[in-house]
Write a protein that binds this ligand. Structure first.
Ligand SMILES: C[S@@+](CC[C@H](N)C(=O)[O-])C[C@H]1O[C@@H](n2cnc3c(N)ncnc32)[C@H](O)[C@@H]1O
Length: 241
């Protein structure tokens, strides 16, 4: 087992199969299960990244493309990449409906098919926790970013003991899988995987260390909704700046 593998990390093909299965109902379930808060978290990510029109954005683990479309709406040139083939047509259809342009690429975050220094910004929302070897993906993000480019990561990390954690553990372990069964999403398996994958993942502080190890500086971590999710940020060192 690699040094950077969370103990519970499922193999990539299992993750792919699981997201392939839930893809058609992914957006509906996301909105219902998070009461729409997931969109507010993405809005925070957009604001913090402060991307400008014409900039080259890579939205990694893009899923159905919510964050990709937010950047495209700002006039950025957006590439959405995900390794689950079933997600990409859904992102494409949403882009078409919104009359926005997205370049969509099926790609594994651990081996990106892009040249060095190709993007001004890389974002990953609720994706890095599912990547088999997340540190490899962070190194790839660093490689494809131009010097001075920004990485923004939205993610759930294990919560510190608090009343919020008690409430969310109950919600994650009991309410969420029940909802998923009612909506017949992935036979409930995907939403049983969610709490396990969060609890088995590195802490928010540990993830900041991973960002440093991958070469990022000016790192920041912003807790969202009482620490249920975090937005983490880093900049690729600019040797000339
Ligand atoms: C929870 S979804 C998040 C989708 C989207 N970013 C959002 O905010 O709704 C996680 C996505 O990560 C993708 N993913 C997981 N591991 C990946 C990998 N190694 N390479 C590329 N995509 C991956 C899955 O296919 C899935 O679409």
């Amino acid at each position: 087992m690699g040094d950077n593998l969370p103990v519970s990390a499922p193999v990539a093909s299992e993750v792919q199969a699981m997201f392939g299965e839930i893809a058609p109902r992914y957006d509906l379930l996301n909105r219902l299960l998070s009461f729409g808060i997931d969109q507010r978290w993405r809005a925070v990510a957009m604001r913090e990244m402060d991307s400008q029109p014409e900039q080259q954005i890579l939205d990694l683990c893009c899923g159905t493309g919510d964050l990709s479309l937010g950047f495209a709406d700002r006039g950025c040139t957006v590439t959405g990449a995900d390794f689950t083939g079933q997600m990409l047509p859904l992102a494409k259809a949403k882009a078409k409906r919104a009359q926005l342009n997205l370049r969509l690429v099926q790609a594994d975050a651990e081996v990106l098919p892009f040249g060095d220094n190709s993007f001004d910004t890389v974002t990953i929302s609720f994706g890095i926790r599912n990547v088999h070897q997340p540190k490899h993906a962070l190194r790839e993000c660093f490689r494809v970013l131009r010097p001075g480019g920004k990485l923004g990561v939205l993610e759930f990390f294990p919560m510190k003991p608090s009343i919020w954690r008690t409430l969310f553990r109950f919600y994650f372990h009991h309410v969420l899988p029940a909802w998923a069964r009612i909506f017949r999403v992935g036979r409930g398996g995907a939403y049983r995987y969610l709490p396990k994958s969060v609890e088995g993942f590195v802490s928010a502080e540990g993830f900041m260390n991973w960002l440093h190890e991958a070469g990022f500086e000016q790192t920041r971590s912003i807790p969202l909704t009482g620490g249920v999710a975090h937005f983490q940020f880093g900049v690729k060192k600019n040797p000339h700046g």
